[in-house]
Design a binder for this molecule. Structure first.
Ligand code: NCD
Length: 307
C-alpha cells in the first residue's frame, strides 16, 4: 500500500485497510521516536495554524524533528499576512514553494479541503472548525489498539461536547470502519452529536444516546472525555448552561470495568478530576506518546519515506 502524496483531510477519505496501514506504520516509529532518525532529512513541514494550538503543533513538530526533518510556519495568524487580508489560497500557493507537506489548522470548516485543492503537496488537516480532526482520531484508534490489542468489538463511551468537538466526529467515523463496535454518546441535549454524523454512520455502528455517564460506565472499555468547546458557542448563555456538565472522578470509576481506560484529546478543563490521574484507568498522557508515533508515521507515509 502506498499513501505517498495523499492528503489527510477527513477520516471518511480512508478505508479500513488504509487506517490499519497507518497504525502498523506507527508501530515502526517507536524506536525512531526514542533514538531519532534521518528518514525525513532535508524535508520541510509547514505548519499553518490559524487557530491557537499547543499540543497538536508540538506533536507535529516533534514528529518532524525526530525524523530528521525541519519545520517552518506560524501559530499566530494575527502576526501573519492574514492580517493584511491575504486569502488562504494565496498563503498555500506561497508556502508550498518552501515546504514538502502542509499541516493546517483553521477555525472554518472546509478550510483544509480548500487548501488541498490549491496545493501541489500533501495537506494534513490538524483541525477544521468543529468539523474534523483526523490525526487525533487516528491516534485515538491507535491508543485503543495498543491498549486492547484490537479495536473490533470495543464498547466506547464519548462524553461531553459531541456537537462542537471535532475530535469526536472524526473518531466516530474512524470507529465505524471497525466491526462490532458499540458507541455510547453521553451529552447534554444541546451538545448532542450532529445529525449529519449520526445519519452517515448510524447504519454501520450500534449507537445509544444518553445523558448520564453513571448509567453506562460499567459497560464500556473506553471512557472518552471531551472539553466543552467554549470558543465555538454562538451564545455565551448557552455555554453557561452546560459548562461543568460532566466531571469524572475516582469515585465514579469504582463502577467501571477493571480494564476500562479513560482517554481525552486534551486540554482538559474540569471534566476529569486530578484524582483520576493516578488510577489504573488513566491513559490521556500515554495517548500523547501514541500521538507522536502516529504523526511520525503519517509524515513518512505521505512523504513516501516509510523505512
Ligand atoms: C482538541 C482540538 O483542538 O480539537 N485538542 C487537540 O487537538 N489537542 C480538543 C480540544 O481542543 O478540546
Amino acid at each position: 500500500m502506498n499513501l505517498q502524496g495523499r492528503n489527510i483531510i477527513s477520516i471518511r477519505d480512508f478505508t479500513r485497510a488504509e487506517l490499519d496501514f497507518m497504525l502498523s506504520t506507527a508501530d515502526k516509529m517507536e524506536n525512531l521516536a526514542k533514538r531519532g532518525s534521518d528518514i525525513l532529512k532535508a524535508k520541510i513541514m509547514a505548519t499553518l495554524f490559524f487557530e491557537p494550538s499547543t499540543r497538536t503543533k508540538l506533536s507535529f513538530e516533534t514528529a518532524m524533528y525526530r525524523l530528521g526533518g525541519m519545520n517552518i510556519g506560524f501559530s499566530e495568524p494575527g502576526v501573519a499576512s492574514i492580517q493584511k487580508g491575504e486569502n488562504l489560497s494565496d498563503t498555500v500557493r506561497v508556502v508550498e514553494n518552501y515546504s514538502d507537506v502542509l499541516v493546517i489548522r483553521h477555525p472554518m470548516e472546509g478550510a483544509s479541503r480548500l487548501a488541498s485543492e490549491f496545493a501541489n503537496i500533501p495537506v494534513i488537516n490538524a483541525g477544521s472548525g468543529s468539523e474534523e480532526h483526523p490525526t487525533q482520531a487516528i491516534l485515538d484508534i491507535y491508543t485503543m489498539k495498543r491498549e486492547f490489542g484490537s479495536v473490533d468489538g470495543l464498547k466506547v463511551a464519548m462524553i461531553g461536547d459531541l456537537r462542537y468537538g471535532r475530535t469526536v466526529h472524526s473518531l466516530t467515523y474512524a470507529l465505524s470502519l471497525y466491526s462490532g463496535v458499540k458507541l455510547y454518546l453521553v451529552s447534554p441535549d444541546i451538545l448532542k452529536m450532529r445529525n449529519e454524523v449520526l445519519d452517515d454512520i448510524g447504519r454501520m455502528i450500534d449507537i445509544e444516546e444518553g445523558r448520564q455517564l453513571k448509567e453506562i460506565i460499567n459497560k464500556v472499555d473506553v471512557i472518552y472525555m471531551t472539553r466543552i468547546q467554549k470558543e465555538r458557542f454562538a451564545d455565551p448563555a448557552e455555554y453557561e448552561s452546560v459548562k461543568g456538565s460532566y466531571r469524572l472522578s475516582k469515585t465514579d470509576l469504582e463502577e467501571a470495568r477493571k480494564d476500562a481506560i479513560v482517554m481525552h484529546p486534551l486540554p482538559r478543563i474540569d471534566e476529569i478530576d486530578a484524582n483520576v490521574d493516578s488510577t489504573i484507568h488513566a491513559r490521556y498522557f500515554k495517548q500523547v506518546w501514541y500521538g507522536l508515533l502516529v504523526r511520525m508515521g503519517l509524515l513518512t507515509l505521505v512523504l513516501g519515506s516509510v523505512p
